[in-house]
Design a protein around this ligand. Sequence first.
Ligand code: GLN
Length: 194
Amino acid sequence: MITQIGVLALQGAFASHAACIAELGHSPVEVRNTADLNNLDALIMPGGESSTMSQLLASSVLFEPIKDVIADGLPIFGTCAGMILLSHEIVDGKLDQCCFDAIDITVRRNAFGRQVDSFEANVDTVIGDFHGVFIRAPRIEAVGEKVQVLGTYGGEPVLVCQANVLAASFHPELAGDVRLHEYFINSFVTTKEK
Ligand code: GLN
């Protein structure tokens, strides 16, 4: 079954996510306005700059409609800045920065260091070893009891889920390996009758 996977395309690494979805034989849909949310089977929130994305979500009037589709149970995969947007609480965020409170995690922005400190390392995940690309990555400082840890780096959670929401502090779309996208589609996405 081919699914329609939206990729929030306001800013950041959305093109690489779309390429992963296409490589898996599914249909990527770039999401820039409310109409683009129609008929999606899932939505990916990419990495980039979460404070800029937060502003663009407000100015494009997408914040509330996305909050609604998350509450309706649409499967969501957030990576890096996307994970920050999905979190319950942001530490070291910009003053006006908003988050969806879709997964009960507290994240600290840029906690693994600045851009020069970006690194690549093996992540131990539910689907096996995965090449983690960490770019000004957020650190998950607290996880609520409903959150399941699906991947760790150095003993710390870096891949987590709660209900319909999957979140990674690294960039699976830049790993040259589509297994985490495949896992997301297979485990979280149930195709609606159209
Ligand atoms: N540090 C960025 C932020 O706060 C996230 C970095 C990324 O997505 N690669 O949004």
